[in-house]
Design a protein around this ligand. Sequence first.
Ligand SMILES: Cc1cc2nc3c(=O)[nH]c(=O)nc-3n(C[C@H](O)[C@H](O)[C@H](O)COP(=O)(O)OP(=O)(O)OC[C@H]3O[C@@H](n4cnc5c(N)ncnc54)[C@H](O)[C@@H]3O)c2cc1C
Length: 416
Amino acid sequence: MQSTNQNKNVLRSQESADVVVIGGGVIGCSTAYHLAKLEIGKVVLVEKEKIGSGTTGITGGILQNLSNSYARTMMQVQTVDLLTNILPSEGVESGFTETGAIFVTRKSSELNALEKMSSIGTACGVTSHLVSVEEISQLHPHLNTKGLVGGVYIPRDGSIDPGILCSSLKKAATKHGVEIYEQCLIKNIKTSRSGQVESVETDKGIIKTNKVVNCSGIWASDIAEKVGLKLPNVTYKRCYAVTKEIPGIENTPHIFDLQCGRYYKNQGSTLLFGGHEKNPIEIKKVPENFAFSFTNSDWLQFEPHVKSAFELLPCIKKAGFESITCGPDSFTPDGYPLMGESTDVKGFFNGTSFNGGGMMMSGGAGRQLAHWVAYGRPEFDMSTCDINRFPRNHDVEKVKRSCHKTFTTKYELKHF
Ligand SMILES: Cc1cc2nc3c(=O)[nH]c(=O)nc-3n(C[C@H](O)[C@H](O)[C@H](O)COP(=O)(O)OP(=O)(O)OC[C@H]3O[C@@H](n4cnc5c(N)ncnc54)[C@H](O)[C@@H]3O)c2cc1C
């Protein structure tokens, strides 16, 4: 086993920590970094494979500022702050490229809803404004604007390179004293009779601690089960395709097509695009040894996205496809993540199930989780994301039906 800290290559048999973060994806790395910044004592991060090898390693990396919820918008705004101010001040790269983005619509009635989303953004410090079809054409000359009635433009949206972000968070966290153990599997979590976390058992030894933060992504339910909790979430397969080179596509803004439920993001001289299918494939069990690997690439699942993509961006048809990527991601019944301390198990915190937006929420989510752990509450009202909003013994079938709805209606404006 390797520890990132100097002179510390093995977990001591009687290791102890003030907080153990489980999982070294973007959420775990961000949480560990923010915990260290609050100077609350010894923070240990345990990752069963390599940092960034879970869903983070295959993300599309889109960063949106706007959302329909205050809590989510604030988390996204704090991610932008992390990427553009905080990490550079730590002397590390952030992996962020600012390109701007446009939400486009074909329904006049939706322009009001877009305006509302824009005003929530204004309250959180995000600049955005409604744009006409002509302005959309100027901002994105490759777009076929037939049928569009307008949209909203957000200049500070962009893309995150997950590899760069995770390695920078790892560096910055380590600099502030976090001990990181890779290739170290959490096997169990011990609690007292009164339901207080007491220690975690890894395949390399035991760490005594009263606080754990479950940032284990698509494995979060397995970790929660170890303390007797059942998480209300479902894992689905998601896919995106990358085109071959498209001359002149560089630096064009991302496009969110609300009626078709698709996103398009420039990736250098190519386009990455995907969406949410009406018949998502559930992944019942993610193999424990999944790392930097994709679930079966599936053109059949992706096919429904292609027709509308060719219509909106004819350059895609001309260029053809380079690759398709599919991977697992967790969704909840109401589209909000599962965060905070469980009222049933003291010292068991969660930062999971980000409904397809874990990259863009990562900076704010890590910061709020750190505040939750350190001071018992986040910096602002996060009740929409609090894990305790669902009953402990929820109805599994009902949860499945609602998660299915969350996935299939993800691009309806009310879910942003
Ligand atoms: C195809 C696709 C496209 C996406 N596109 C976007 C996008 O454009 N924008 C966006 O914001 N989001 C996007 N997402 C979602 C985003 O990538 C995820 O929400 C985010 O990466 C989740 O990060 P995480 O840290 O929670 O999980 P992960 O990255 O999966 O990290 C969890 C870590 O926990 C570790 N772990 C698990 N069990 C244990 C254990 N027992 N012991 C120790 N370690 C353990 C795992 O090895 C893993 O490294 C996309 C997802 C997919 C699948």
